[in-house]
Design a protein around this ligand. Structure first.
Ligand code: GAL
Length: 419
């Protein structure tokens, strides 16, 4: 090749390269990567409804669904942490209102405040006043809640209860009696899944056994983790666990919930995303499944809220803001929540779009005492929750209540407010 043709080749390569790079940049500018753990069992279906609204409103932005499978985000949150550490944030991610958001992401300086969006969209007029402090720090608001979920729900199989002449239990004592009857009849009383569902069950039993005030006190340091009341609550928890299936560790929350609607277990304690799943399975409320507050927790709404954030350094910041606008909109919330099995975070949702269970949840949310969930990020930051989870994992291998309680005392002292 002579010098001239080498030069022309070089110019041609440069021109092609610059075209390719402009193309890439353009595609990059018109996309939004949204990270969650909603991949299946009622959850993906809910997310898809919101994605549809987004795509109709912003047809030029490519929606990249970066959901990572695994209930309660156990896998997803590990993947997210690795990405954040590597300086590779998605454009927006799912985070729970409360300490998961404030004590973890905000404390880590990973989020942009969203006050400007709340002003522009008028969200302060429609988001519940109870929720705003849980997504705020130093006067800044850091996320857009899409829903309210209830954790303390007892799902039951109405046919199994009727066949065994059991009324829906309203106290721990009644629940134990009912589960004794079921056990004697050869029915699995309580369906349970992998470890996070055990923590979920535990928080509801703590609430039942301690009552709302003392339960709240666990998280603000006013209830002594070493007290006799907590010992009693843990003993109640041990008793509840004695009624569960032995293969729980290998079951997802969907597997465990499904045992109830399939007639293979009488009860399951799970958040109301289970309702989204039951509906996806084609089951009928009040026939295939019934619900009640976890025995002993009537009048209390143990809540959590999924919200979406704007990270510092979002690769596609404008598109991320467009996504957040859909998350906070009435249209987005009323499309997502009836399918997801949650009630809208906004107070102006269209009630007629929601089924009989969710309408009852709306009524309870409006009238009950509201307390926060541990498993789903409201009451403890990530380090405290991780310590509790580690202690729980050990406890499940030895069922040593005294050792568990002392590990919980230590966890509050090292990562909670009990210093
Ligand atoms: C929760 C989340 C819910 C639901 C559930 C099971 O943490 O807030 O929306 O997805 O996990 O995966």
């Amino acid at each position: 090749m002579n010098r001239k043709s080498t030069l022309w080749t070089l110019i041609a390569v440069l021109v092609i390269l610059s075209f390719v790079m402009t193309g890439c940049k353009k595609a990059g500018a018109d996309q939004v990567e949204v990270f969650s753990w909603w991949t299946g069992g009622g959850e993906a279906a809910g997310l898809n409804e919101m994605i549809k609204i987004f795509q109709a409103k912003y047809p030029d932005i490519e929606f990249i669904n970066a959901a990572v499978a695994g209930g309660a985000g156990t896998n997803a949150r590990a993947v997210l942490a690795t990405r954040l550490q590597a300086g590779d944030p998605p454009d927006s991610w799912q985070g729970h209102a409360g300490q998961e958001l404030i004590g973890t992401y905000v404390a880590g300086g990973q989020l942009e405040p969203l006050n400007f969006l709340y002003d522009e969209e008028g969200w302060l007029d429609v988001m519940p006043a109870t929720l705003i402090p849980l997504i705020s720090a130093d006067g800044n608001i850091y996320s857009v809640p899409v829903n309210i979920h209830r954790a303390n729900v007892l799902w039951y199989n109405p046919g199994i209860l009727a066949a065994n002449d059991i009324a829906v239990p309203t106290s721990l004592a009644e629940w134990f009696t009912a589960m004794d009857t079921l056990q004697a009849a050869g029915v699995t009383p309580l369906a349970l899944g992998e470890q996070w569902t055990v923590m979920h069950l535990m928080e509801t039993v703590l609430l039942s056994s301690l009552g709302a005030n003392a339960y709240n006190g666990l998280w603000d340091g006013s209830t002594d983790w070493g007290s006799a009341a907590v010992t009693q609550a843990l003993n109640d928890f041990v008793k509840v666990l004695s009624y569960t299936n032995s293969d729980s560790a290998s079951l997802s929350w969907q597997d465990a919930a499904q045992l109830v609607v399939n007639g293979d277990a009488a009860f399951n304690v799970m958040g109301d995303w289970a309702e989204g799943y039951f509906r996806e399975l084609g089951k009928t409320p009040e026939t295939d499944y019934g619900w009640a507050p976890v025995p002993g927790t009537a009048g209390n709404f143990q809540f959590l809220s999924d919200s979406f954030v704007l990270p510092v350094g979002a690769p596609h910041r404008d598109a991320a803001i467009d996504w957040l606008k859909i998350c906070g909109s009435k249209e987005g919330q009323d499309a997502f929540n009836p399918v997801k099995g949650s009630i809208p975070a906004r107070s102006d949702g269209d009630r007629s779009l929601y089924g009989v269970y969710l309408q009852s949840a709306m009524d309870d949310w409006a009238s009950d005492t509201v307390v926060g969930s541990l498993t789903h990020g409201v009451v403890a930051n990530d380090s405290w929750k991780t310590e509790i989870d580690t202690a729980l994992g050990i406890f499940l291998t030895n069922m040593d209540v005294a050792a568990f309680q002392s590990a919980l005392v230590t966890a509050c002292a090292s990562s909670g407010p009990c210093q």
